[in-house]
Design a protein around this ligand. Structure first.
Ligand code: GDP
Ligand code: CA
Length: 330
C-alpha cells in the first residue's frame, strides 16, 4: 500500500510515528512536508517542520519539547548572545545547528532542497520518504497590528516570539503562487492508495502545502480516499495556537468547522471555491456531537480518541484512519 501524508511539525510527526507502527514491511509512506515555516537565521536555512518529522521518526527528537534535538546543548546560542547577535527568541541548539549547516552548505553548492532533505534523511533513516512540498522558497508571513502599527512579521516571529498573542489579520505564504511542487510530490499523490491529513495545523501547515499550485488539485483529483484527523478537540487546539490562525482565515476552532474548511470530496470547486478534499474525517470522542454535521457535508465521520498520548494511542488513531479510508474507498 502506498500511503501519502501531508505534514507539518509536531502534530504531523507524532501521527506518522503511530502510522509507521501499523504498516507492513511492503507498505510505503511518502510524507509531503510543509516548508512555509522555513526561516533564514545566522545565514543558515532552517526548515523546522521537515526537521521535526526527520528527528521524530529518526529517533533524534527532544521528546518533551516536540522539536529540536534530544540531549541538546546551547554553547553557540550563548556565544551569539555574548556578541549581541540575535534573534534570541528562536531556539537553535548546538546539535541542531549541524543540520542547518549541512543543509545550507548543500543548497549553496546548488542542490535543491529535496535532494538536501534526502541526504539528511540518509543519516536519520526516518523510514518514510520525506519530500519538501516545494524546492522553491516559500515563507509564511502574518499581518498583525500592534503598538508599532499595522505590519507583517515572519510566521516564526508571530508564533515563537509573539506567542500568537496578537490577532493574526492575514496569513500570507510569500512565494507560494510561483512555487512548483517538489519532484515526486504530484506523482506520489496520483499513485497513492490512501492520502492522509494528520492532525497538523490546517492553516499554516496543511493549508500552506495545499496552496502550492497543483497540490490541492492533485489531492482533489486523486483516486485514493482522503482521510483527515482533527487537530481540534473540544473547541481548542490540543497544543499550540491553531485557533489564532484559523480565525485569520475565518474558520471557527471546532472539529467540524475544520472539516468543512477542507471540504467534502463531493463538493465541486468553482466561482472562487476550491474543490473539496475529504472523504473521511476523524474527530475526538469529545466531539461526538459534530459527527452528524460533518456527515451532512458528505464527509464520512467517526468519533474516536484522538489524543496522541503515546505510540500505542497514536497507532490506534492511524489504524482507524486506514479503516475509514477502506470504508470510503470508491
Ligand atoms: P507544528 O508545525 O509543530 O505546529 O505541528 P503541526 O502543524 O504538524 O501540528 C500542530 C497541531 O497538532 C496543533 O494544531 C495541535 O492541536 C495538533 N495536535 C498536537 N497534539 C495532538 C494530539 O495529541 N491530538 C490531536 N488530535 N491533535 C494534536
Ligand atoms: Ca510548523
Amino acid at each position: 500500500m502506498r500511503i501519502v501524508a501531508l505534514a507539518g511539525g509536531i502534530g504531523g510527526a507524532r501521527f506518522l510515528r503511530g502510522l509507521k507502527e501499523i504498516v507492513g514491511p511492503q507498505d510505503e509512506i511518502t510524507v509531503i512536508g510543509n516548508t512555509g515555516d522555513d526561516i533564514h537565521l545566522f545565514g543558515l536555512k532552517v526548515c523546522p517542520d521537515l526537521d521535526t518529522v526527520m528527528y521524530t521518526l529518526g529517533g533524534g527528537i527532544h521528546e518533551e519539547q516536540g522539536w529540536g534535538r534530544a540531549d541538546e546543548t546551547w554553547s553557540i546560542k550563548n556565544e551569539m548572545k555574548a556578541y549581541g547577535v540575535g534573534p534570541e527568541w528562536f531556539g537553535l541548539g548546538d546539535r541542531d545547528f549541524a543540520t542547518h549547516i549541512v543543509r545550507t552548505q548543500m543548497l549553496g553548492a546548488g542542490y535543491p532542497l529535496s535532494a538536501v532533505t534526502e541526504a539528511l534523511c540518509d543519516r536519520w533513516q526516518p523510514g518514510v520518504r520525506l519530500l519538501p512540498m516545494s524546492d522553491d522558497r516559500v515563507e509564511t508571513h502574518v499581518r498583525i497590528t500592534d503598538e508599532q502599527g499595522p505590519r507583517v512579521v515572519h510566521f516564526q516571529e508571530y508564533w515563537v516570539r509573539l506567542h500568537a498573542a496578537v490577532a493574526a489579520e492575514a496569513i500570507v505564504p510569500v512565494g507560494v503562487d510561483t512555487a512548483k511542487p517538489a519532484p515526486g510530490v504530484l506523482e506520489a499523490l496520483a499513485a497513492a492508495d490512501v492520502i492522509l491529513l494528520p492532525p497538523s495545523n490546517p492553516v499554516v501547515s496543511i493549508g500552506t502545502i495545499l496552496a502550492v499550485p497543483g497540490i490541492r488539485e492533485a489531492v482533489a483529483a486523486a483516486t485514493a480516499p482522503v482521510v483527515g484527523l482533527s487537530p481540534i478537540i473540544g473547541g481548542a487546539p490540543v497544543r499550540g495556537m491553531a485557533d489564532k490562525v484559523l480565525a485569520a482565515v475565518g474558520v471557527e476552532a471546532t472539529a467540524d468547522a475544520v472539516a468543512l474548511h477542507y471540504g467534502g470530496r463531493g463538493a465541486p470547486g468553482g466561482s472562487g471555491r476550491p474543490a473539496g478534499l475529504l472523504d473521511g474525517w476523524l474527530v475526538d470522542t469529545a466531539d461526538q456531537a459534530v459527527v452528524a454535521a460533518v456527515e451532512a457535508a458528505g464527509i464520512s465521520c467517526r468519533a474516536i480518541p484522538l489524543l496522541m498520548t503515546d505510540t500505542d494511542a497514536t497507532a490506534a488513531m492511524a489504524r482507524e484512519a486506514l479503516a475509514l479510508a477502506e470504508q470510503v474507498r470508491r
